[in-house]
Design a protein around this ligand. Structure first.
Ligand SMILES: [Zn+2]
Length: 180
């Protein structure tokens, strides 16, 4: 294949990928990181597909969000699905991410809970894990895998379901996690 034909093909792939990410609700940071398209190009695509300008502002760079109680349970659910799907051969990371995110939302919606984890957060979580800033740890009580900091003591770790904070499950808001 000639070089120009190749680059046209690659570009259409990039557009397809960007479109898929925009439909998932990805923010500009995700699009810039996961495609080779220019910023201006991405803005135009975003407006065309989402029907509005992308929201400005950076995402927080802290790992804290993923470690708070309910958020941690949602993050862990997503990451477990992601890790499971990543075991497939030659899986494209962006495809695994979108597939895992869809499964996460399906599972959460089926349980009549709100999807606390946005697509962009899910992407950020995978980046944190890749960068060894977060990992998964096995709960010493239930055996489930949960998102945690790297230096958590695995022998004594108890997840947010086995050992919820005192205020947990008191929320009356619909879609919040309740403990029975
Ligand atoms: Zn547990």
């Amino acid at each position: 294949m000639s070089a120009p034909a190749k680059s046209v093909l690659n570009e259409s792939k990039q557009i397809e990928r960007a479109a898929m990410l925009i439909q998932m609700g990805a923010r500009m940071q995700v699009l810039e990181s996961e495609t080779t398209l220019s910023y201006e190009r991405l803005i135009r695509l975003y407006k065309e597909i989402a029907g509005k300008s992308p929201s400005k502002g950076q995402l927080p760079f802290s790992t804290d969000w993923f470690l708070t109680w309910q958020e941690n349970i949602h993050s862990s659910l997503f990451l477990n699905i992601y890790e499971y799907l990543s075991k497939g051969v030659d899986a494209d990371p962006v495809e695994v991410l979108t597939k895992a995110y869809r499964l996460y939302t399906e599972q959460v919606t089926a349980s009549q809970l709100d999807c606390l984890l946005s697509f962009t957060r899910a992407w950020r979580l995978v980046k944190f894990v890749d960068a060894n800033m977060l990992t998964r740890i096995k709960c010493s009580k239930c055996g489930g895998m949960f998102v945690s900091e790297l230096y958590e003591n695995a022998r004594h770790f108890e997840c947010g379901l086995c050992n919820p904070p005192a205020r947990a499950g008191k929320s009356k808001s619909a879609g919040a996690l309740m403990l029975h």
